[in-house]
Design a protein around this ligand. Structure first.
Ligand code: PLP
Length: 457
């Protein structure tokens, strides 16, 4: 076994190009690496036999938890009966049709159809194309610009990496590309004017958006893309009244709204969709992660009735839509999605998010809220973050070179708990599987407190 592990380590260093990894340090063996062997519930175990509580659910995606036999069986059964058929020219499989129906049944009001992809990134690429097609069909060829927020995360393709408002995903890649624009992040804790109330800050964000629209010309702005709660940009719930204020501006200028629910879709906030949670009425919804709990790669663009009718008019005029992936609606992934959505209902996981999420966030707040280096404890449902600061009274942040966030996360790992050091700040992020128990929540909180004390005193 030891020899095998040594082989794997060498092959990993020599042949595997990892995403979001310091390439040289990994290849030279200078940074920690870990090979995961199995998972059960909220725990994963690596090839060295070390078990960790995964308080980030992989990448906020293993929502039903690891090791669910029901999903494994559904995948195996589908692979045996029909591993693949495409979805072009009206073809489908029983699994893909069933899953589309299940998604629309669970989606917010006025949603009509699901276009299936494989990743959150490709689903957002699809959304951009659908938005451009829509405005071409409506005879508005100038209405093409898309606005997202700084600190939004929407993928790392060329257009979706442009939508993403985080430095590491853009710098040195010649991104963002036209016609993507960015507006202010609804990040209340980091607001410039600290005297602002949440409502006032929401109004300020809406004003900034309106200023941008007017500066560019409203008839050039096609859509606004946002996550119901900022995810990778810091796990930041919107301030009071934010979505109401933003939607009023979008309606005024006939601008489409894309709710990127890749993280929030299927229960993470204690409602089936984040749009339900915040009263968002989107024209398109992006889904991925929680759709299959990452047992198989599957994403989707949920298209509203309003957009669908225009797309159909376009197709009637122009022929089949020139957009498709070989693996769209892959039956194995669809079978995983069906079993996953059934499990979410059978295990009442959305209810558990409400109850255990509230418990978890209250426990975090109680344990850490008064620590001199904790500036903010925030979250919603089973998403939470602890933001660390050098000085909480004048909200002074640590020098990024000190890498305080990564040090805390590393210290947590030593205690058997995985959290994520979020980019652009010393922010400890949590998004555990939705089946988390109170005992497991307490274990995460204890590890966080211990690690912060260990690193910062
Ligand atoms: N949108 C959001 C909100 C995400 O959090 C992510 C990934 O974290 C994506 C899109 C991109 O998804 P993927 O990594 O599957 O391409």
């Amino acid at each position: 076994m030891t020899d095998r592990r040594n082989d794997l380590t060498a092959w990993d260093r020599n042949h595997f190009f990892h995403p979001s990894t310091a390439m040289g340090a990994h290849a030279r063996g200078e940074s920690p690496a870990r090979t995961i062997a199995s998972g059960e519930g909220v725990y994963i175990t690596d090839t060295a036999g070390r078990r960790s509580l995964d308080a980030f659910g992989g990448l906020y995606c293993v929502n039903v938890g690891y090791g669910r036999q029901k999903i494994a069986d559904a995948i195996a059964e589908q692979a045996r009966s029909l591993a693949y058929y495409h979805a072009y020219a009206g073809h489908s499989t029983e699994a893909s049709i069933t899953l589309a129906r299940m998604i629309i049944e669970r989606a917010p009001a006025n949603m009509s159809r699901v276009y299936f992809g494989l990743s959150g990134s490709d689903a957002n690429e699809t959304n951009i194309k659908l938005i451009w097609f829509y405005n071409n069909i409506l005879g508005r060829p100038e209405k093409k610009k898309i606005i997202s927020r700084w600190r939004g995360y929407h993928g790392s393709g060329i257009m979706t990496g442009s939508l993403t408002g985080l430095e590491a995903f853009q710098k040195n890649f010649d991104l963002p590309r036209s016609p993507i624009l960015h507006t202010e992040a609804p990040y209340y804790f980091r607001r410039a004017d600290r005297s602002m109330s949440e409502e006032a800050f929401s109004a300020h964000c809406a004003e900034k958006l309106e200023d941008l629209i007017l500066a560019e010309g409203a008839d050039t702005i096609a859509a606004f893309v946002g996550e119901p709660i900022l995810g990778t940009g810091g796990i930041v719930p919107p301030p009071q009244g934010y979505w109401r204020a933003i939607q009023a501006v979008l309606r005024k200028y006939d601008i489409l709204l894309v709710a990127d629910e890749v993280i929030t879709g299927f229960g993470r906030l204690g409602t089936m969709f984040g749009s339900d949670h915040y009263g968002i009425e989107p024209d398109l919804i992006t889904i991925a992660k929680g759709l299959t709990s990452a047992y198989a790669p599957l994403s989707g663009s949920i298209v509203s009735e309003k957009m669908w009718n225009v797309l159909v008019e376009g197709s009637d005029r122009l022929g089949p839509i020139g957009h498709g992936w070989t693996y769209s609606a892959h039956p194995i992934c669809a079978a995983a999605g069906i079993a996953n959505l059934e499990l979410i209902d059978e295990l009442a996981l959305v209810d558990n998010v409400r109850v255990t999420g509230a418990w978890f966030r209250a426990a975090l707040d109680q344990a850490l809220g008064d620590h001199i280096h904790v500036g903010d404890v925030r979250g919603e449902g089973l998403m939470a973050a602890v933001e660390l600061v050098e000085d909480r009274d004048d909200r002074r942040f640590f020098d990024p070179a000190r890498k305080v966030g990564p040090a805390v996360v590393a210290a947590m790992l030593e205690q058997g708990v995985i959290a994520r050091a979020m980019p652009q700040g010393d922010i400890i992020g949590f998004a555990p599987p939705l089946c988390l128990s109170r005992e497991e929540a307490d274990q995460i909180v204890a590890a966080t407190l211990h690690a912060i004390r260990q690193v910062l005193g």
